[in-house]
Design a protein around this ligand. Structure first.
Ligand SMILES: [Mg+2]
Length: 223
């Protein structure tokens, strides 16, 4: 068995049935070395009105407690733009709470599948569309977190940030299978950056990151 962590294993397991489709959805609009390059100038130059940010491995170390000093522009972008910004992470419920405290100035977006359809959730400045009890009840009734890759999460982010045109929506992340494929499923644009401080990630996740790189290379050959 591959040495995967729970989170990564879930992403792969949930993606397997549609892997053939996803293989053709892993090409980013832009390859950049670092999220430091996604600055105000970049956003304005490309007519971007909304940005969904992955955070772990994109602007912070693995499960970091703050934006890394390597990205001093991120807080400024979040507070004053240009464009509207939100955070989209595949993290668990506990980390979601932590990220809510780290990023009070922008919404965090999240979704669940339930027997009654999709339920979308956002938290901003300590205010959450769903309190802890509601989420616990939803999960106890068979609800499951919608994880990237998901076009639905991106479309929800677009509604939240009031962006009508998917081409004006940008997803910034360090992973092809989750961040880039999500953007492509919603026909949004994407920036793929190199994983920041890969050395801080557990070996199991680093393994799946390599696997994902291989899938990307395979996908780029068949698409
Ligand atoms: Mg990441």
């Amino acid at each position: 068995m591959f040495p995967m962590s729970g989170d990564q294993l879930l992403t792969f397991r949930q993606s397997l049935p549609r892997m053939a489709q996803l293989l053709t959805k892993m090409r980013p609009t832009f390859h950049l070395d670092s999220a430091a390059d996604v600055d105000a100038g970049f956003i304005e130059r490309h007519g971007i009105r909304g940005v969904l940010w992955d955070v772990d491995g994109t602007v912070m170390t693995y499960h970091g407690q703050d934006v890394d000093p390597a990205f001093p522009h991120v807080r400024e972008l979040f507070r004053n733009g240009p464009a509207r910004h939100a955070v989209l992470s595949n993290c668990d419920e506990e980390r979601f709470e932590v990220l809510g405290r780290i990023f009070p100035e922008v919404p965090l977006v999240r979704g669940y599948t339930t027997a009654d359809g999709f339920v979308f959730r956002s938290r901003s400045g300590g205010r959450d569309t769903h309190d802890r009890e509601q989420v616990e009840e939803l999960l106890a009734n068979g609800g499951r977190q919608i994880r990237k890759p998901s076009g639905d999460l991106i479309r929800y982010g677009m509604r939240l940030l009031e962006v009508d045109d998917p081409k004006a929506m940008l997803v910034v992340g360090d992973q092809y299978l989750t961040d880039v494929a999500s953007a492509n499923l919603a026909e949004a644009r994407s920036v793929k950056v190199k994983t920041f401080r890969r050395d801080t990630f557990p070996l199991t996740i680093r393994f799946t990151q390599r696997l994902e790189q291989l899938l990307y290379l395979l996908g780029s050959r068949i698409s």
